[in-house]
Structure formats: C-alpha cells, structure tokens
Ligand binder design. Structure first.
Ligand SMILES: Nc1ncnc2c1ncn2[C@@H]1O[C@H](COP(=O)(O)OP(=O)(O)OP(=O)(O)O)[C@@H](O)[C@H]1O
Length: 873
C-alpha cells in the first residue's frame, strides 16, 4: 500500500488542498476553485448530506476522492446551513487574481465561521445574541467570558459552579471554549447540551490573557474596565480573543470595552428557577414563554436587551422606579408612545450594522440603511427631550444623530446603492470627477457615437455610414463601396469586405482607449471610494453603539408601556420593606392562553416575615396551585425588570433571590434518582436563603412515597420557618397533613384553592381562600380524565378507608420517627402502564391495607392521571 501510494501523483491543486486541510482538521474546508467552493473527502460527504448537493468523485493521483461543491455566489445560502448543523467552516479563498498568475493560484483560509463566531445575517437571529463563551477552571473558582462578535458585547465574570451555570443558562452561548484538560469535568458539572470546542491548555494563562486584552484595547492596564482583580475572568476573556484571532477575525474595533457582569446588582435565579418559570425557554417547544407574552419591542436591539433584562432583573430600587416612571409616562402619553414607536421602527439594527462596518463586512446598501437609521434618531431625540420625564430627557440628551456622519454618507453614496458593489451605482453622482467622467463615457458611449455619426455623415456627405466595433481592431466606420471615393484622406483603411470598406479614425482610436475597460475602472474606483468611506466611518463606531443601546432601552420601555396598555397591567410599588402584597394577581402567560370566553380568576397573595411567612396551599389537582406560585414569582420579576404587572395592585419589598422547585412526580419515568435530584435541588435553596428571598415549592416530596414525601415536605417547611432569614415561601402541596403545621409554627398559614363539590364532580373556582382543604379530589380529576369507572370506584373506597383510619396525630408521630431515622424508602413507580395499574388497583384487597399504604395507592392513581393528562394534551 505504502509503496503504491508513493508512485501516485497528487496534482498541485490537491497538494495545496491537503496542506491547508491539515492546518484545519476540525473544520469543514470550503476550497475556492474558480467560480466554485469545493469540498473533498469526508468534508464532501458531510456537505452533500447537510446541503443536499450532489456527491461526485474526482481522481486524486490514482485514488478516487469524494467531491461536492457549489457556486461561490451561493455561499450565503449554504454557509448558514452548515453552521446551523453545528459545523465549523473554514473558507479558503483565492488570494490572487488567477489571470495574473501562471502557476497555481495562492490560496488561504480567510475566515473560520463557527457556531459562536458568526456575522452572517442568515446565521444570526435578530432578537437573539450569538455568544461565544470561554470557561476557565481556576483553582477554587471559574472564570467565564461572553462575546458577541455581531454586536461587540464583551462580558466577563467569575464565581462558583452554580454561578457560572446560571450565567450559561442566561446567556445561552452558541459555543463554549474550554481547555482540553477539562473536557470530562465540564461534562460532569454542566452537562452535554452545549456546543463545545477545546483549546490547548497554555492558552488559559493569566500573563498571556492579560497581554492579549491590553493589546486589544490598547491600554496599559485593565483597571479602566474594573476587571483587573478577576484573574479567572481575564483568563477566560483572553481565550476568547485568542480564538477570534485563530479564526481569522482580526478587525475588531467594535469590541472596544469589556464589562464585568455585576451579578450582585441582579436578582439571583438559578437554573431550575429559570427553567421552571419558563422565562424564555421551555422543555416543551410549543409552550408559550413569558418572553413571548411580554415582548412588545419593535427593534432587534430592543428584543435582545429585553431578554437580558429578563435574565437579570434589578435589585436597585431607584433604577427600578425610574423605569416604572418612564413606562407610566409613556402609557399616559399615547401620542408620544405611538410617535416613538413609529420612529424606532425606522431604526435598523445599528448594533449589528456597526459591527459589520468594523469587521469590513458592511455592504453599500447597509451603509445607506445606517444613515437612514441615524436620521430617524433626530425625531426620537426631540421627542425624548421634550418629554416631562427625567429619564427620557436623559436618553434624549445622550442620543446623537451623528450629523457629520450622515452628511458624509449622503455625499458619498447613492441613495439607491446596491447590496453588491459590482452592480455599480454605489457612489453618488458629483462626488468624484474621475468617476463621473468614466460613467459619462460608459453610459453615454452610444450617444457619443451617434453624434459622431451625424457629424461625419454631414461632413462627408455619405448617407450610409455605420459605426460599429469588433474584437480584431475595435471601433471602425463602415462605408459602402458606392461611397468609397468620398472618404476623407485622414481615415485609415483597415478591412475590405465584398460590398464595403472599414476605416478607423484618430478620434475613434482616442475614444476607444478611453472607453475600453471603463466599466472595470468604474468598479475599481467605486470600490476604492467605498473603502475610503468605511475607513473614515470607523471613528463613529462608539457613538453609533451608544445610540444602539439607548434605542434598545427606549424600545423596551415603550414595549412595557404597550404591554401594560394591552394587557391591563398596573404600576407596582417597589420599596425597601420585605413584604409582598399582590392584589388581584394574574398569571401573565396563562391568562393569554385561556379559551375564548373564559377569564382568568385573579388572586391575592400576602407574604411577610412577621406573620405570614409561609403559605401552605392545598387544593386538588388542576385547581390552580402551581399557577398561583408562578404568577407570584413572575409578578416580582416583571416588577423588578421595570415592567408593570398583571394585578390590580402590587406592593413589593425588593426581592434579591427567587427559588422555585417543582416536585419530581411529573418525571416519574426518570427513575429513583429523580427524587435525589429533587432533594439536592431543594438543599441548595436551604443553603442560600436570605431575608429578601422568595421561595416557591411546588409539590416537593412527591418524588417518593407519600409517607416519606410528607416527612420531607414537613421538614423543609419547618426549616424555612425556623431559619433566621424567614424567607417568604409559597408551598403548594397535595398533602393536607401539612395543614397541621399551622398549629405549631406561628408564621405558617393555610390556604386552599377553592373548588365546589357537585354531586359527583368538582367545579374549579380557582380562588385562593384561607384554610386548609380536606380532600385532594384526585379521584374526581381521574374521572374527568376518562379513567375507567371500576378504578374510580375502587379508589373512592380506598379514600374512605383512609379518611376513617388516618389521623393527623398518628402522622405527626410517624414524621418524628422518619426524620430521626432518615430512612427513605424511595417508593417509585417505574413507568406505570395504564393497564397494569388498573389491574393492580382492581385486585387490591382494601381491608388488608394500612392507611399509609392506602394513601400511597391513591397517590399512584393521581400520578397516573397527571401522566395521562399530559399525554392527551
Ligand atoms: N386563576 C385561574 N383562572 C383561570 N384558570 C386557571 C387559574 N389557575 C389555573 N388555571 C387553569 O388550570 C390549569 C391547572 O392549573 P395548575 O397547574 O396551577 O393546577 P395545580 O393545582 O397546580 O395542579 P396539579 O396539582 O395537578 O399540578 C392551568 O393550566 C390553567 O389552565
């Protein structure tokens, strides 16, 4: 084999390809050959699959190599598909004009597009950032950095695994860079849902990172950015810059600052909370998220900022109130709101346009769009300045319509400039004398020749003169033989035809030299002038970025005003207290999903550290317990983002942490470990409580047997009550045994979501009322879900028996034992099949069951139901 491969002759083109491919083994190499981008070998197999293009073969020194390619002008169509399929794509271009070289054309990789480093509009999503992230594993903490090359945002932070995990959830990076040494650790701690790329270990070094950052920002230290003490964060940020240079992204003037993510300024929510509250993502792709409901922004910049605000709600009362006041102002002044939104609509994505300018990827049409967007800032600025609200006025003062920049673009570019400069008409008429002359020549050539023809006809008296051109001697005048004798002496004969003679003249020759290649010269001059403009514009990167931020803010605030008007939200009162008093609160998402004619039943929730710290909410399945928990958290979140809230009134003592935990019963098929996960998650709440925490526990404990479940729920509630933080807590539970706790623990209050028991059915009233509930009504719900009649009857019997023999004192005693022994029996249903359970329940001999066993059986039915309910919905 080796001997035969030695004798094989690889073509120079393939030698060049192989050399370049070796340098980019992890990337799919798009190799420019003439008018095509070609892929070879494994890359060709992948590309043809992803892109649906034909796979052929070519001879490579005796071997057959797979080949698949597409025309170079289709790069924008195919590249996004490759990147979206998770490929890193190296674009290898021809670095010299093939016409100018006799040997093989020089080629090199001009850009490496990866999921986290993309500037192409077809890869990016307008209302989402596209973050590249680097994670450094320090000795006792992690350093993390996020960069969106398409907007210029560069952020860093450091902290524990939990903190970093939360940031990963919030910023949802499209690619994470890690040192090769930490591959396994990363997977263990953060899971496998991220797209990762591994770099050499030496890149993650403090000196190297420090130097890279200082070089990039052209500063002597990092003090000005307030990140000098974040050693691990700096290392991660250095790795990001390293990667940009490795992927050939060197024009980065728009990345002109790095910011610390000041986590202490924002409400703490961990990954479970973000997920449980379905803020901007949901396990169910069809589910409507909070973001879907509240996003009334009309610009991409506003959309991205809103998501950030949602991920990082504020804790500073003053800033929150400022936002509320703007929203209130805009909500009242409808005309101003409409005007502002009208003009914001005219503003394109300034942030991404200016990044394209910095990276040299902006096209002529986009520069005109940039100018038009800046023009729209004039009325927005005026509107803001004229308002009576201080914050709006401040936005107005900072907005900068960049007059010089606009005037310059107007002078240099044609208003109708094309996307592709090769199409011509990019540079405005009157800007360059040389260009105007060339254009006159090119565009008026016919006119010029027509005039010459008229003149010559008149001067020579030859009526049938014709001016044309051919490839051999260019422009000529053709004279029919009958008029040959009238030809002036100065004309030079070039060709004799059967019926005519062809001549050239001095004037024609001169004209010809001018006109030949005029179009090519127009193109290169237009390109040159356009590039000069882009270089001149670089100075405006920072002011345009500032405008982008201000417009994004204004858009979010206008969006909040719009939201408040459309959905009838009110301004919350935020204060330093630790009370939470929501009147007539609604769930912002559910209220939008109800069937026509049904209206959401509002509820009051009052929590404070003095009397009503923990509310136990009991109520049957489907009564609306979870809705009350979630709407409480969402109301606090919305308020602290600066939005109005879905309630008739809300008084909110600023909250610094929101914890939510949902019992694992919805995931029973996941097996025993689910319960342990639930317990671990809950433990992390208990270890992080603060006086301003809001804790929402939804059916905690139901991942195990009923008996153990009650014990755990009891123990957790007791802990929360006794903890000095006295964190405000809502606890939804099926275990009405927990209602006993109110007798012993002074700040625990019982509430239930009321239902009306009809003959054999239940009417959900959805009203939260004081007092515990006695039944859990699971069986009624079973009936509603279409459970066989026999099963329902049997379940009713179990329930009766249970109610008779089970006393709460007995339960309390058992709880003590259980807490002491901490032996949890992990009762679990392994993916119960409806039929199996039905049989099991039907054959139960109720008289032999203990109360607890009976209760467990009842719970089984409930679980089965909720599964069935889910499956059918
Ligand atoms: N206040 C309300 N007004 C109108 N409909 C409501 C209200 N609260 C809840 N609902 C409706 O009832 C459904 C069930 O509510 P939710 O999931 O909160 O019940 P639950 O008591 O937590 O049930 P389970 O114990 O089975 O988890 C919701 O999806 C919603 O459609």
């Amino acid at each position: 084999m080796a001997a035969s491969s030695k004798t094989k002759k690889v073509t120079p083109l393939m030698q060049q390809y192989n050399a370049i491919k070796t340098k980019h083994p992890d990337a799919l190499l798009l190799f420019r050959v003439g008018d095509f981008y070609e892929t070879f070998g494994e890359d060709a197999i992948k590309a043809s699959k992803i892109l649906g293009i034909i796979l052929t073969h070519r001879n490579n020194g005796g071997d057959k190599t797979e080949l698949a390619g597409f025309p170079h002008h289709s790069l924008n169509t195919y590249l996004p598909k490759l990147v979206k399929a998770g490929q890193r794509v190296a674009i290898c271009d021809q670095l010299e004009d093939p016409k100018q070289t006799k040997t093989i054309v020089k080629r090199g990789v001009t850009e490496l597009v990866t999921p986290g480093v993309a500037l192409n509009d077809d890869i990016l999503s307008a209302k989402n950032n596209n973050f590249l992230c680097a994670l450094h594993f320090g000795r006792n903490k992690f350093g993390i950095s996020f960069l969106d090359i398409s907007t210029g945002e560069f952020l860093t932070s450091e902290g524990s695994a939990e903190q970093v995990d939360k940031l990963l959830q919030n910023f949802a990076p499209n690619e994470i860079l890690l040192s090769k040494n930490h591959r396994k650790e990363f997977l263990e701690i953060f899971g496998s849902q991220f797209h990762t790329f591994f770099l050499e270990d030496w890149i993650f070094q403090e000196d190297y990172a420090n130097e890279s950052l200082k070089n990039h920002f052209k500063t002597k230290s990092l003090q000005g950015f307030g990140i000098q003490h974040l050693n691990c964060g700096i290392i991660a940020s250095g790795a990001v810059l390293h990667y940009l240079s490795e992927t050939q992204h060197r024009q980065l003037q728009h990345i002109n600052k790095i910011q610390r993510i000041a986590e202490e300024e924002y409400v703490w929510m961990d990954r479970f909370t973000i997920r449980n509250l379905e803020l901007y993502q949901s396990n169910n792709i069809n589910a409507v998220t909070l973001l879907d409901v509240i996003d009334k922004t009309i610009s991409a910049m506003g959309g991205r900022l809103l998501k950030r605000w949602l991920a990082l709600p504020l804790k500073n009362i003053h800033t929150i109130q400022q936002r509320h006041q703007v929203v209130s102002h805009l909500k009242e002044k409808e005309a101003s709101l409409n005007k502002a939104q009208h003009w914001i609509k005219q503003v394109c994505d300034l942030e991404r346009l200016i990044s394209k300018l910095a990276t040299g990827k902006i096209n002529p049409k986009e520069v005109v769009l940039l100018k038009n967007s800046l023009e729209a800032i004039i009325p927005i600025k005026q509107l803001a300045l004229e308002s009576t609200n201080d914050s709006l006025q401040h936005i107005g003062e900072q907005l900068n319509a960049c007059e010089t920049l606009r005037t310059k673009i107007k002078t240099v570019l044609n208003e109708e400039a094309p996307v592709n400069i090769a199409k011509g008409s990019t540079i405005a008429q009157g800007y360059s004398v040389a260009l105007d002359e060339l254009r006159d020549l090119a565009f008026s050539s016919k006119d010029y020749l027509d005039k010459m023809l008229v003149r010559e006809t008149k001067e020579t008296g030859i009526s049938s003169l014709k001016i044309a051109s051919n490839n051999v001697f260019g422009y000529y005048i053709e004279v029919r033989n009958t008029h040959k004798d009238k030809v002036p002496e100065s004309w030079i004969r070039k060709q004799t035809l059967v019926n005519a003679e062809r001549y050239i003249t001095e004037e024609l020759k001169e004209y010809e030299t001018k006109i030949l290649g005029a179009e090519e010269r127009i193109y290169s001059l237009e390109q040159q002038l356009f590039e000069q403009l882009l270089v001149w514009m670089q100075e405006y990167i920072a002011p345009v970025q500032k405008n982008a931020q201000l417009i994004a803010q204004l858009d979010c605030l206008c969006g909040f005003a719009q939201l408040a008007k459309e959905n009838d939200y009110v301004m919350p009162a935020i204060d330093e207290s630790t009370d939470l008093d929501i009147k007539g609160g609604r769930h912002p998402v559910i209220e939008k999903q109800l069937p026509l004619g049904k209206s959401y039943v509002p509820n009051d929730v009052l929590l404070n550290r003095e009397e009503q710290q923990i509310i136990m909410i009991t109520g049957p399945n489907m009564s609306g317990k979870s809705a009350i928990l979630r709407q409480t958290a969402l109301t606090v979140l919305l308020a602290q983002m600066g939005s109005f809230v879905p309630a008739s009134s809300a008084k909110i003592g600023v909250v610094d942490k929101i914890f939510t935990r949902v019992g694992a019963s919805d995931n029973i098929s996941m097996g025993e470990s689910t319960f342990m996960v639930e317990m671990n998650e809950t433990a992390s709440i208990l270890n992080n409580l603060s006086e301003r925490s809001l804790v929402l526990l939804d059916e905690i404990g139901r991942g195990t047997s009923t008996y153990d479940g009650i014990s755990i729920a009891w123990a957790i509630s007791e802990y929360l009550h006794e903890h000095p933080a006295r964190a405000k807590t809502l606890f939804a539970t099926h275990y009405h045994e927990l209602n006993e706790m109110m007798n012993t623990f002074g700040r625990i209050r019982n509430y239930n979501v009321s239902v009306k028991e009809l003959k054999n059915n239940v009417l959900f009233l959805r009203k939260l009322v004081p007092g515990g509930s006695e039944h859990s009504f699971g069986i009624h719900v079973a009936k509603m879900a279409g459970m066989p009649q026999q099963v329902i009857q049997k379940a009713n019997k179990i329930l009766k028996k249970l109610e008779k023999s089970h006393s709460s004192e007995e339960m309390t005693d058992k709880l003590q034992v259980s807490q002491n022994e901490m032996q949890l029996s992990f009762f679990n249903l392994d993916d119960p099949l409806l039929e199996e359970i039905k049989e099991e329940i039907l054959h139960l001999d109720i008289d032999t069951l203990t109360p607890v066993e009976a209760l467990m059986k009842l719970n089984e039915i409930k679980r089965l139901l909720s599964k069935k309910k889910k499956a059918s919905s």
